[in-house]
Design a protein around this ligand. Structure first.
Ligand code: XMP
Ligand code: MG
Length: 182
């Protein structure tokens, strides 16, 4: 599939699988099941694969919510100016909320999202991201759960896209530069 487009495999399907199990254990330890169900807020579309795998790996009941946001910027970097394309279906006031992200790059999208959700008065608000790039340290956003720290390269697969393609790859890889330039 996508033969010749992927320059290298950065994280294999098995590595993702093991990491999801590990993150699910950490999350479950922090949220005793005797409180109200944890609300996972997935950020569309990139976080979909991670969110559904994480939800199934968690041994506690969770509810699934999704948000779609668009950040004004180029195709491969964001500006921090965010618009809500799809909002949550339900009120999160008084709920324990965990934002599930595919990747944090500049951290600008997440920083905006945290402020936005915080204003809805959840009981708690934390972030779980599968990937984090080095630039993310520049913005002071608290991220409790991080799967992999990755180098500053554009990656695709397992939900992540380039021009809406490659989301369906079961692993995470880097794109061959010829894809951008064609
Ligand atoms: P910021 O910079 O606000 O942006 O943290 C996070 C969003 O930018 C996208 N993004 C990527 N998407 N491969 C992708 O497919 C990447 O390497 C990449 N880096 C950033 C992504 O939508 C993420 O939610
Ligand atoms: Mg994207």
């Amino acid at each position: 599939m996508y033969e010749g487009d992927i320059a290298s495999v950065l994280i294999t399907e098995q590595q993702i699988d093991e990491k999801v199990t590990e993150l699910a254990k950490q999350v479950a330890d922090d949220y005793p099941a005797d409180r109200s169900d944890l609300v996972l807020v997935g950020v569309l579309k990139g976080a979909v694969m991670f969110m559904t795998d994480l939800a199934r790996a968690l041994p506690i009941p969770v509810q699934l919510e999704f948000m779609a946001v668009s950040s004004y910027g180029s195709a491969t970097s964001s500006s921090g100016v965010v618009r809500i394309l799809k909002d949550l279906d339900r009120d999160i006031a008084g709920r324990n909320v965990l934002i599930v992200e595919d990747i944090i790059d500049s951290g600008l999208t997440l920083s905006w999202l945290l402020k936005n959700l915080e204003s809805r008065n959840p009981a708690s608000l934390e972030v779980c991201t599968l990937l984090r790039k080095p630039d993310a340290v520049k913005v002071d956003v608290p991220v409790k759960y991080v799967g992999f720290e990755i180098p500053n390269e554009f990656v695709v697969g397992y939900g992540l896209d380039y021009a809406e393609r490659y989301r369906d790859l079961p692993y995470i890889g880097t794109l061959d530069p010829k894809v951008y330039s064609s």
